[in-house]
Design a protein around this ligand. Structure first.
Ligand code: ATP
Ligand code: MG
Length: 220
């Protein structure tokens, strides 16, 4: 994204912000509560529009897309992991991961096969256990698998380890930071946890509407 401006409630949240996440690269964004980190991800998802500026996702400026074109671009190119997974607890992990592909009218058996492969590769049990019975870390790894289902070029994560204990946090971080290396997609993680952030290739701090290098500022 470049020269991005965003205002909410008369307050300038992002100001001439520039950010680029390359293929195979991981970037972590830190910053105080309310500084606009989740807003930044919503902009990249095209859920809200900037005042001005460009947001290129897989080469296309999504600020110029509307309606079903925007939805399709988002579905094809972006995967998203939320803090609390946002999975359906009564479904099995395989069903949760396959669901977006099934809703998009994809091939049913192929979707289940890929979902199972992804889950196994991320170390999640794929029996008949419902997702609600999994541990917090397993649930988050299921959320990562679901985000990877569509072979996205960009993976976004908002506080993906915020609700986890230390051990589960490390396992989820392992899985997450492996994604750019293994799948070649870009990873943009918002986190309050310096131990998670420092595993990224670059750590940025959102401060007064701009992203600054957190390492050179002595913040990590
Ligand atoms: N619809 C809205 N109207 C007015 N203000 C809003 C609205 N939506 C968000 N905000 C404000 O925008 C600011 C940025 O919110 P955002 O959720 O991006 O922060 P954040 O950096 O993700 O914080 P946290 O670390 O707590 O998740 C906050 O001050 C929030 O109250
Ligand atoms: Mg937030």
């Amino acid at each position: 994204m470049s020269e991005l401006d965003y205002e909410i409630g008369g307050r300038r949240l992002l100001s001439a912000m520039d950010l680029s996440v390359g293929a195979g690269e991981s970037v972590a964004v830190m910053g105080p509560s309310g500084s606009g980190k989740s807003t930044l991800l919503s902009l990249v998802l095209g859920l809200i529009r900037p005042l001005s500026g460009q947001i290129l996702v897989a080469g296309k400026d999504i600020t110029a897309l509307r309606g079903s074109k925007l939805n399709r671009w988002r579905q094809q190119h972006i995967g998203m992991v939320f803090q609390f997974g946002e999975l359906l607890p009564e479904l099995t992990p395989v069903e949760n991961v396959a669901l977006p592909a099934l809703l998009a009218k994809g091939n049913r058996s192929q979707a289940f096969k890929r979902a199972e492969e992804l889950l196994l590769s991320l170390g999640v049990p794929v029996g008949t256990t419902t997702t609600g019975d999994l541990s917090g870390g397993e649930r988050q790894r299921t959320a990562v698998a679901r985000a990877l289902m569509s072979h996205p070029s960009l993976l976004l994560a908002d506080e993906p380890t915020g609700a986890l204990d230390e051990q589960a946090r490390d396992q989820v971080a392992d899985v997450l930071f492996n994604v750019p290396r293994q799948n070649g997609c870009g990873l943009l993680v918002v986190t309050h946890d310096a131990l998670v952030a420092e595993r990224a290739d670059r750590v940025l701090q959102l401060s007064h509407g701009k992203l600054v290098d957190a390492v050179s500022q002595g913040m990590v």
